[in-house]
Design a protein around this ligand. Structure first.
Ligand SMILES: Cc1ncc(COP(=O)(O)O)c(C=O)c1O
Length: 469
């Protein structure tokens, strides 16, 4: 029988027969993780209705909580200062260098930790004095090193070529520069990031200490190491403390230097769900108290003798990034379409993709609707708006049916998104901050065509899309 409504069939061209198949839908009513929580949706951020935020600032939209930023830093500092008398905190700019975020932390006493000329200039432009900047990173061009030395920033040396360059600049300017060296080593719990700094086990690090001791322009006063990121086993930090203290002792005994600061870098995990980790963040992420205990106990044990001899304890520096900023920010995105994939899975297209939410590549973020959803939850793929196959915000999540126009809240997103986001295909969206008292400020405005073309230059003969004759 021919289908009278199908013009191809009417014209005698029959479509090939395709074997029907039955695709199992994971309804999500009950599965081995328990029942799907259907009663979870989020209508506001810090008591500001999400509908109002989207109405006023558009979608997608990043929303930062000022109180949460301050509260997170207070909790971190409380955990460490309760266990060690001398603690300094420096905000890791690369984690989120929006001015409003940096200045919230600076107002709480944070120094700046920067890793490039751009980040150094940004910290200075925000008003952070050079003496409160820790300058890390493997690439510090001469011009910015000259400025940092002049402004008494704390330079953390990554390699010998940098050491020689600092020494040359110091000689030229008649300065004696206090420096820190970055160390790398095996903790037994983390993979050694051996590409940064000087290796302890091979003797590179003590050689660098010797080289500094022989210089008339340099003084070794600090040791730094950053052992990794999203470190879930706090014992790694205990090992770090023991190794750094042993090196401190060796460097002081052998070279006569006097170490004033021990910088533990960052790396504490945030309450995000790393892909491939089976258990939820609440069960696997150590608390600030656990990290603090892991560091401070061996630190006090190792430096006890020194303090008994009247020497001051080294200042403990933290550069914790993601763990203090991640859960202070959410991303609101709007569903633009519903589709069925050929294999039967449901998918939705959202207006925020991996261009906006770069961390979707390694986290399974929490995704909540902003209203009670009606219907049976089903395995769903969340795609972003990019015309690129890689644009997957979530490859599988159980969600009840959504409608175009529905909004979703994705969190936590405060770390490494507002710095690693891409201007790719789409403009980057607005970022707002909710202040105490439900006041909302725009802290970064959405890009427009001009924001991108302002940096382009058209050669005269290419100033028109029409070829001149
Ligand atoms: C030197 C240094 N300090 C601090 C951080 C912040 O790390 P996290 O966000 O994991 O705490 C990083 C991140 O890579 C870093 O390289």
């Amino acid at each position: 029988m021919t289908d009278q409504s199908d013009p191809e069939a009417q014209a005698g061209k029959l479509k090939p027969w395709i074997k029907p198949s039955i695709v199992m839908h994971r309804s999500g009513l009950v599965n081995k993780f328990g029942a799907v929580r259907r009663d979870r949706w989020q209508t506001d951020i810090e008591e500001v209705p999400i509908g109002e935020l989207v109405h006023d600032f558009g979608s997608p939209l990043f929303v930062i909580s000022e109180s949460k930023l301050r509260d997170n830093l207070h909790r971190l500092m409380r955990a460490f200062t309760a266990r060690y008398p001398s603690v300094r905190y420096a905000w890791s700019y690369k984690t989120n260098y929006l001015g409003a975020v940096c200045n919230t932390f600076h107002q709480e006493g944070a120094w700046a930790e920067v890793v490039s000329a751009f980040e150094y200039e940004k910290a200075r432009a925000l008003g952070v004095p050079g003496e409160q900047i820790l300058f890390n990173g493997p690439h510090k061009p001469r011009a910015i090193l000259e400025r940092a030395i002049k402004e008494d920033a704390h330079i953390h040396i990554d390699h010998l070529d940098e050491l020689y360059l600092i020494e040359t600049i110091a000689k030229e300017t008649g300065k004696v520069v206090d420096v820190t060296i970055r160390l790398n080593f095996e903790t037994g719990y983390t993979e050694n990031w051996g590409r940064f700094g000087f290796n302890v086990e091979s003797g590179q690090a003590i050689d660098a200490a010797w080289r500094i001791a022989r210089s008339e322009q340099l003084r070794l006063t600090g040791l730094h190491s950053h052992i990794g990121t999203f470190v879930l086993d706090q014992r790694a930090y205990g090992a770090q403390a023991r190794i750094m203290c042993a090196f401190l002792q060796e460097a002081e005994d052998k070279t006569g230097c006097e170490i004033e600061t021990l910088d533990f870098g960052g790396g504490f995990a945030s309450h995000n769900a790393l892909q491939g980790i089976y258990l939820p963040p609440e069960q696997v992420v150590p608390s600030f108290d656990q990290y603090a205990e892991a560091i401070c106990t061996p630190l006090i044990e190792a430096t006890y003798e020194r303090s008994a001899r009247g020497r001051p304890l080294p200042i403990l520096i933290l550069e914790t990034g993601r763990a203090v900023v991640d859960d202070a920010e959410s991303l609101v995105t709007t569903v633009v379409a519903n589709k069925r994939l050929p294999d039967g899975r449901r998918c939705v297209v959202a207006d925020a993709g991996v261009n906006t939410l770069f961390t979707a590549f390694w986290y399974n973020h929490q995704v909540l609707p902003t209203r009670e959803l009606i219907g049976t939850p089903e395995e769903t793929v969340i795609y972003g708006p990019l015309c690129m196959n890689i644009d997957v915000v979530r490859s599988s999540i159980l969600l009840a049916p959504l409608k175009a126009g529905d909004t979703l809240v994705i969190s936590p997103v405060g770390a490494y998104n507002n710095t690693q986001w891409l201007q790719f295909i789409e403009y980057r969206p607005n970022v707002v901050m909710v202040h105490p008292g439900k006041e909302v400020s725009l802290v970064r405005s959405a890009e427009k065509l001009d924001s991108i073309t302002a940096h382009e230059h058209l050669p005269k003969h290419l100033s028109s899309p029409v070829k001149s004759k």
